[in-house]
Design a binder for this molecule. Structure first.
Ligand code: HEM
Length: 406
């Protein structure tokens, strides 16, 4: 196979942000393991499903960005140490230890017990929207829904929800704020620092006055068995806050757009609400919020499909390309809510498989189900081509704004 290099500039255009799927198809066909030419990211993109699964379970592709190679510096830049050392950026056995402590809280049975509260949050948000006849669904619904759920789960006091939301939004919208790149970097660092201090103080407060919440439970695990260090408590809380709302918010936004631009599928779902659980899986496969899995580092020279990936390279598994692989999905670019549930990798694969999968599914099912029920005339408030999106360089695929009418 001839080696084909994609210039990184091709992956950072507005056109790519609006519709990356033709580029993903070209990569899958012509260069399924593709070096990306960029001075900052000497990376390789993997776009076919079989290779994606192999890479996501390949122990030679490490997630330990903070170990001896200090790879996080190349990926996230300076000043990114504090908040990112967490289970997602570590390998077993560290990963196993960090994940095990939190995993009980996310077990399907524990999450199921949250259903009435999540439904209540959905209804409260919609009660405000319904009388208005129009809304900006990202800010009025898709972002606050998972943000409230994860904030309550962690035990963030209600009075702090707004500032915490504001800081996370500075980080989420990085690159699209109208600020210069330097101002933008400074704003993101400032927001990260504030969140870091916030969690340090919150952990202190919960230690003094524990409650029935996840941070208090983590503190107790840490104090009883020394299972988590003080700084791991903070970085774990930070990871859960971000992982717990960003992807779900972007997913709800993408799913609403997919439904509103496929009226036959929207009608089908309205007529047959029992399809909702499988529809959520298909919507995630069709246009997921995490186009590329978080970066892996080759700890030795590896070969994928005859392409040599030198030790130290960054490997990006393109989830949204694998989920459109025609070798695994018939007519992959068609949204088909009746599609037999295929093995998509929208929630990842291997040991880093999404810890919050049950919560994410529940929020999406309750949120999208209620939107369709309570906003019967739901339609886009702006042509789809004019929707403002997160920039192509964002690790997330989502919308800055989603104006709708109903
Ligand atoms: C990991 C997707 C919602 C917590 C992951 C990964 C994916 C993913 C693809 C693996 C990343 C990788 O291997 O690089 C999603 C999607 C969501 C969602 C599409 C919503 C639709 C949530 C929620 C939580 C959560 C609600 C709750 C806290 C996590 C955590 C990890 C993770 C902690 C790291 C697991 C580990 O490293 O072992 N998610 N996620 N996610 N997710 Fe989710």
């Amino acid at each position: 196979m001839t080696e084909h290099v994609v210039p990184a500039s091709e992956l950072y255009t507005d056109e790519f942000a609006a519709d990356p799927y033709p580029t993903f198809a070209r990569l899958r066909d012509e260069a399924p393991v593709c070096p990306v030419g960029s001075p900052r990211f000497d990376s390789y993109l993997i776009t076919r499903m079989d290779d994606a699964r192999a890479a996501l379970t390949d122990p030679r592709l490490s997630k330990d960005l903070y170990g001896p190679g200090q790879h996080y510096l190349r990926i996230f830049g300076p000043n990114s140490e504090g908040l990112n050392r967490n289970m997602l950026n570590s390998d077993p056995p560290e990963h196993t230890r960090l994940r095990r402590i939190v995993s009980q809280a996310f077990a399907p049975r524990r999450i199921e017990a949250l259903r009435p509260r999540v439904a209540q949050i959905v209804d409260d948000l919609l009660d405000k929207i319904v009388p208005q006849g129009q809304a900006e669904l990202m800010h009025d619904f898709a972002i606050p829904l998972p943000m409230r759920v994860i904030s309550e789960l962690l035990g963030i006091p209600v009075a702090d929800h707004d500032p915490v939301l504001d800081w996370t939004q500075v980080i989420r919208t990085s690159g699209s704020s109208g600020r210069t790149p330097q101002e933008d970097r400074a704003a993101v660092q400032d927001a990260q620092l504030r969140l870091h201090h916030y969690f340090v103080d919150l952990v202190k407060a919960k230690r003094a006055d524990p409650a029935d919440d996840l941070i208090s439970a983590l503190i107790s695990a840490c104090d009883q068995d020394g299972k988590l260090s003080e700084s791991e408590l903070v970085t774990t809380s930070f990871l859960l806050l971000f992982a717990g709302h960003q992807t779900t918010a972007d997913f709800i936004g993408n799913a609403v757009v997919a439904l509103l631009t496929h009226p036959d599928q929207l009608d089908l779902l309205r007529a047959r609400p029992e399809l909702l659980p499988s529809a959520i899986e298909e919507l995630l496969r069709f246009d997921g919020p995490l186009p590329v899995a978080s970066p892996r580092i080759a700890t030795e020279d590896v070969d994928y499909r005859g392409v040599h990936i030198p030790s130290g390279s960054i490997v990006g598994v393109v989830i949204n390309a694998a989920n459109h692989d025609p070798a695994h999905f018939t007519e992959p670019d068609r949204l088909d809510l009746c599609r037999e549930r295929g093995p998509h990798v929208g929630f990842g694969y291997g040991v880093h498989y999404c810890l919050g999968v049950s919560l994410a599914r529940m929020e999406a099912q309750l949120g999208i189900g209620a939107l369709l029920r309570r906003l019967p005339g739901l339609r886009l408030g702006t042509p789809v081509a004019q929707l403002r999106r997160l920039p192509a360089a964002s690790p997330f695929r989502g919308l800055l704004e989603l104006p709708v009418r109903f």
